[in-house]
Design a protein around this ligand. Structure first.
Ligand SMILES: Nc1ncnc2c1ncn2[C@@H]1O[C@H](COP(=O)(O)OP(=O)(O)O)[C@@H](O)[C@H]1O
Ligand SMILES: [Mg+2]
Length: 258
């Protein structure tokens, strides 16, 4: 089975940015095959990675629902379940050194649970084929509680430099424990720290929440510029302070399942 990494934290803390740079790190280190999962309905991991996506799982679900409600036949006389399977297979985006599946939005009838369910089944099915499965989660804790990937080998909690950000990841950690999720290692990364430094209030909160801080990523003007210009963050130069910091942090993690 592949090594499973989940990235979680409050909205806007840098989960997608750091997930993209993590994927780039694994590729550059030649660590093996990678399945990237964008499990956020507001997907944008592909932008950080600099790739266009095929169909999202939400869109496929809508297409299948529409066909089935209108009584249209499925192409080639396929049955609904087979058509769904076929569409899911073709929805995997082949990036440069990784494959990507995207949950996406679903506006049609039926709740998210259904799309989540399809996503989980798809990830379960595919995960044996890859050395690494990296999941960029949405801000909510939905995917953790639904055990989208189980066991999780490494849970990376991302927070900004705010007490509320730290408290939010503290809650995620407690939830993971309450749910009895099988999690190998849990690390905290504090992102967008002014000059890469933490003040005493934040340090105190990290201690209070009993989080294992593995590193701090500075506020990086270049990330902001790339983002505003719509450039892929994986193209950040080597000397970007954000890239340097995340690489150093990742080099401390032993990416091996027990
Ligand atoms: N270290 C950093 N320095 C500067 N800007 C950052 C940094 N990390 C993330 N950002 C910016 O913060 C915003 C939110 O980041 P994003 O990765 O989308 O967060 P999330 O996925 O947690 O919602 C983006 O505009 C991103 O470019
Ligand atoms: Mg995101």
């Amino acid at each position: 089975m592949g090594y499973k990494i989940a990235v979680a934290g409050k909205g806007g803390t840098g989960k997608t940015t750091l997930t993209g740079l993590l994927i780039d790190y694994l590729i550059r280190k030649n660590m093996g095959s990678i399945l990237a999962v964008d499990a956020d309905a507001n997907s944008n991991l592909n932008e950080v990675l600099g790739t266009e996506i095929e169909e999202t799982i939400g869109e496929i679900k809508e297409d299948v629902n529409r066909k089935s409600l209108s009584g249209d036949s499925f192409p080639g006389g396929m049955r609904k379940a087979d058509y769904l399977k076929y569409k899911l297979n073709t929805s995997i985006t082949e990036g440069d050194g990784y494959d990507l599946i995207v949950m996406g939005r679903s506006q049609g009838p039926g709740c998210y649970c259904y799309v989540n369910g399809i996503l989980k089944a798809e990830v379960d099915l595919l995960s044996g084929n890859y050395d690494y499965i990296v999941v960029d989660n949405e801000a909510g804790m939905e995917h953790l509680s639904r055990k989208l990937i189980d066991p999780i080998d490494a849970l990376l909690l991302i927070s900004d430099c705010s007490r509320r950000g730290i408290q939010a990841v503290g809650r995620i950690k407690r939830l993971a424990l309450e749910l009895n999720l099988k999690v190998g290692q849990i690390f905290l990364i504090v992102n967008r720290a002014p000059e890469g430094k933490l003040n005493s209030g934040i340090k105190e909160e990290i201690k209070k929440q009993e989080l294992n801080l593995i590193g701090v990523v500075p506020m990086d003007q270049m990330v902001y510029d790339y983002d505003s210009d719509g450039k892929a963050l994986v193209d950040l130069p080597e000397d970007s302070s954000c890239r340097k910091a995340i690489n150093e942090i990742l080099s401390k993690i032993e990416f091996k399942s027990n």
